[in-house]
Write a new protein. Structure first.
Length: 141
């Protein structure tokens, strides 16, 4: 609760001309070295690729930048989609490079809540665990 009695929900909102706009959730922002990246913005660009069925972008830990972006993508049946494809597509859409995901994870499904919402927290935990395991494996020193 805030000092004046309001409950912090984690929603990012702004007001323009007397109208309040919801701009996502606070945790749906990636803090990459002080630059705030909207996961929704990046997801919408990735979703425009013809090979992509669905895309979720989450923060992954980074020792230098604090957080970097990881894209979890479900491709359409029979489609091929690589990290190089992702970078070329975002470049063609003139997206600022600091917003580009530094990692692509191809998945067949997302973890879902009982009501069908994508559990972004679980995706963040999955990539953090994968990064930790990769750092601990021989040959990564």
């Amino acid at each position: 609760f805030t000092a004046d009695g309001y409950y912090r929900m984690g929603d990012m909102v702004y007001r323009r001309d007397g109208t309040v706009y919801v701009d996502g959730r606070k945790k749906d922002l990636i803090n990459r070295g002080g630059e705030k990246i909207s996961t929704e913005e990046v997801e919408n660009h990735i979703l425009a690729h013809p090979a992509v069925h669905n895309a979720v972008v989450v923060a992954m830990p980074d020792p230098v930048m604090g957080e970097k972006a990881c894209a979890f993508v479900i491709v359409k049946d029979g489609a091929r989609f690589t990290f190089a494809d992702l970078k070329a597509f975002l470049e063609s859409r003139q997206i600022a490079r600091f917003k580009w995901p530094e990692r692509l994870e191809l998945v067949e499904a997302y973890p879902l809540s009982p009501v069908g919402k994508i559990l972004r927290r679980e995706l963040r935990e999955m990539i953090a665990a994968k990064l930790k395991a990769e750092q601990a494996s021989p040959g990564n020193g």
